[in-house]
Design a protein around this ligand. Structure first.
Ligand code: SAH
Ligand code: SF4
Length: 342
């Protein structure tokens, strides 16, 4: 709840409205019960716990990378579902990669998150709580957020926009919207809705292929909204927000990493103020995709740069701890299914 919503609730309960700000601060500090809210009178704490619950996520597994400071969390939700988040350290501070749904219904063939389809949307507080708990667990301040965990954020629009409002509130985590990226597989209607909010967040678009034939093979969303429709939405988004768009391109060996693909990619993106982020695909057990060789990746990058595009290759952090989309939740779910069978 926002401070205004908390104030309304308190008024309905016959309580003073100034408590809203106190409550809001507690909610964003990661307390596990109302009893920890020491400046709230005991009778109000009891009344609150009668009518409401704290939707925080609980750490069930924590994996630390041996190579870098990446930490991967498996969190349990109040209904027993699992989600994942990753904490990463960069020169400019700590970034958390959050999930926005339990599972995903978009079905991209290279991704582990969609294997069981969509179970449910995360609430705004469950998205927020992933940051709060990682911050508390490491005693640090998180300054950046990427919505690149499990789920399609624009398929959970209301809760994601509520989350953006909560996380950037100066009485709470106070993470500026300029420090937040939202990644989408290309839900065109969602891009238009987002542009109406005109937020200074970074929009990341998972393109992964330069033409409809290739893209539809790995990303079923492309059959609903093809590249033309997607790039038109991006151009319109850019007109409204004047923000640079980031295009994600996961390089898969022998699938989308040829020089022709690079030429085609630079052609379709020309005229869009953008940044291309090349991602060496992270192999997932359930498919046979292989990562492109470093030589191929550098050739691809060089071809794009020769066309004047801004390109980076994503560092692969936490490769030893399955720190990519959906892999651990799937494992946790399978282990539990297995335990239940015994
Ligand atoms: N659903 C949103 C955000 C979550 S996925 C989206 O698809 O954009 C975050 C990013 O991880 C996306 O760019 C996605 O394409 C990428 N991704 C998924 N599985 C991957 C894998 N096995 N290797 C590399 N990137 C992957
Ligand atoms: Fe969903 Fe994104 Fe994974 Fe595609 S890549 S299945 S949209 S989480």
């Amino acid at each position: 709840m926002s401070i205004t919503e908390l104030a309304d609730l308190l008024l309905q309960m016959g309580e003073p409205k100034f408590r809203a700000e106190q409550l809001f601060k507690w909610l964003q500090s990661g307390v596990n019960s109302f009893d920890e809210m020491t400046n709230i009178p005991k009778n109000l704490r009891e009344k609150l716990s009668d009518i409401s619950y704290l939707a925080s996520v609980r750490i069930v597994k924590r994996f630390e990378s041996q190579y870098d400071e990446t930490v991967k969390y498996v969190y349990e939700l109040i209904d027993g579902e699992y989600i994942e988040s990753v904490l990463m350290k960069y020169e400019h501070g700590y970034t958390v990669c959050v999930s926005t749904q339990v599972g995903c219904r978009m079905g991209c063939t290279f991704c582990a998150s969609g294997i069981y389809g969509l179970t449910r949307n995360l609430t705004a507080s469950e998205i927020l709580s992933q940051i709060v708990q990682a911050q508390k667990d490491n005693n640090i301040r998180i300054s950046n957020v990427v919505m690149m965990g499990m789920g399609e954020p624009l398929d959970n629009f209301e809760n994601v926009s509520k989350f953006l409002q909560l996380v950037s509130d100066k009485n709470g985590l106070n993470i500026g919207l300029r420090h937040i990226s939202l990644s989408t597989s290309g839900v065109v209607t969602g891009i238009y809705k987002l542009s109406q909010l005109n937020l200074p967040i970074t929009l990341s678009v998972s393109l992964h292929a330069p033409n409809d034939k290739l893209r539809s093979e790995t990303m079923p969303v492309n059959r609903k909204w093809n590249i033309n429709a997607l790039l038109k939405a991006c151009r319109d988004y850019q007109k409204v927000t004047t923000r640079r768009i980031s295009f994600e391109y996961a390089l898969i060996d022998g699938v989308n990493d040829s020089p022709e693909c690079a030429q085609e990619l630079s052609r379709i993106l020309s005229g869009i103020m953008c940044h291309i982020n090349l991602i060496p695909v992270n192999p997932v057990k359930e498919n046979s995709f292989k990562t492109s060789t470093t030589k191929t990746i550098m050739r691809f990058k060089g071809l794009l740069e020769a066309k004047g595009m801004t390109v980076t290759v994503r560092r692969t952090l936490g490769a030893d701890i399955s720190a990519s989309c959906g892999q651990l939740r799937k494992k946790a779910k399978e282990e539990r299914l297995y335990a239940n069978l015994q």
